[in-house]
Design a binder for this molecule. Structure first.
Ligand code: ADP
Ligand code: MG
Length: 363
């Protein structure tokens, strides 16, 4: 991880997202150190800037770092932390009285949920429709069967995968006002959108508190609010999926969410093969369609989070086609053979590092 720190110093305020992986290679404590040391090393470099108010939080199974500048920053970050906890208590599959756990425990029956939960589910359905079912929050029983929720990793028997696939299909979720019903035996989880939703909520709290400069890093889900206090744009690093101590490049952004889904965030290996936490709803197995990391850049964290998971699942060809058809989104895609594609909207914002090259998707 020393290299990542060094890179960060060279580049100034560069953040690489790291989640608290439960994989068998990257322990939570190691991940915590990596995030924190990057941030502290970088802030030494930035000694000319005013000191930001900063918070390190562990929530949603991820280390989060919130930074904000301005007189209300402390209050804003306190409110932000409470909001993240509130959302975790609504969205977590592992908290018995969360909205999602109640929906799952009462499949077949209507469950009244908080408006935040309803909004996140409705968005997941919308993006499911937009991506031909690549995003499907009913894939949860398979995520659990592979052990990604518990850390008890295993390759499920084929019959078990097929059996669970019979209970996958987000189109069958019914939302009526704030009442959500999933079919009997169905279960959902919002792992693909929760941090994006939370980043929007935190950004809103910062703005409401008059903050014009801040950086929200929810374990690889970054929202860059305004510009740095010195007037320059925020630099957000994109991790190299084959060596997360390195970056493939960085983006210079303001008022943008930068959200990555990667095959290195949570995985296990068996007989030399790697299995990761993003499941292809068509096969019930880890999505292995050519993409190893998908980063989405946009105004809204919730959309970006949903799309990053979906484009990862779609794979190289379909994801490139999707980017061509959706000029409103920008993306950086890394393929298994380390080809890097970026949409043309990023031509001015993306700097590649380590001598890597990217091909721009023209639209
Ligand atoms: P991360 O949470 O690591 O940032 P993602 O945003 O891509 O990554 O979300 C991955 C999570 O979403 C998984 O841990 C799982 O809970 C859930 N998930 C996995 N595959 C799918 C899928 N095809 N559609 C919707 N949710 C998924
Ligand atoms: Mg996502």
């Amino acid at each position: 991880m020393k290299k990542a720190v060094a890179l960060s110093i060279v580049l100034g305020m560069v953040l690489c997202g790291c989640s608290a992986s439960q994989n068998n290679h990257d322990t939570s404590s190691k991940t915590e150190v990596s995030v924190q040391s990057e941030v502290s090393e970088v802030s030494k470099e930035e000694s000319k800037l005013p000191e930001p108010e900063s918070r390190d939080i562990f929530a949603m199974d991820t280390y989060m770092v919130l930074k904000a500048y301005g007189s209300n920053a402390k209050k804003a970050l306190e409110e932000s932390e409470k909001e993240i906890q509130r959302l975790e208590n609504l969205f977590s599959v592992n908290i018995a009285d969360s909205d999602i756990a109640r929906i799952n425990a009462n499949s077949g029956n209507p469950v009244t949920v908080n408006v935040s939960t309803k909004t996140a589910i409705a968005k997941a359905i919308e993006i499911g429709d937009m991506t031909d079912g690549a995003l499907d929050i009913t894939v949860y029983p398979l995520v659990r069967e592979w052990g990604f929720t518990t850390g008890d990793y295993k390759i499920p028997d084929e019959w078990l995968i097929d059996w669970h696939l019979g209970n996958v299909g987000y189109q069958k979720i019914v939302i009526n006002g704030n009442i959500v019903t999933v079919p009997t035996e169905f279960e959902i989880d919002l792992g693909s959108v929760a941090k994006g939703y939370a980043s929007d909520a935190v950004a809103q709290i910062l703005v409401e508190n008059g903050i014009t400069s801040g950086l929200i890093n929810l374990g690889g889900n970054v929202y860059a609010l305004g510009r740095k206090p010195d007037g320059s744009k925020w630099k957000v690093g994109i991790e190299n999926p084959t060596d997360t101590s390195k970056m493939i490049g960085y983006l210079e952004v303001q008022n943008k969410a930068v959200i990555t889904s990667g095959n290195y965030e949570r995985f296990f290996e068996e007989d030399g093969k790697k299995y990761w936490h993003i499941i292809d709803p068509k096969t019930g197995s880890p999505a292995d369609n050519g993409i190893i990391s998908a980063t989405i850049v946009g105004d809204n964290g919730l959309d970006c989070d949903a799309l990053s998971t979906a484009l990862f699942v779609m794979g190289t060809d379909k994801a490139i086609e999707f980017c061509k058809a959706h000029k409103e989104i920008d993306a950086v895609l890394v393929t298994k053979d380390m080809k890097i594609y970026a949409t043309d909207g990023l031509e001015k914002n993306l700097t590649m590092t380590d001598g890597l090259k990217c091909e721009f998707i023209k639209r």
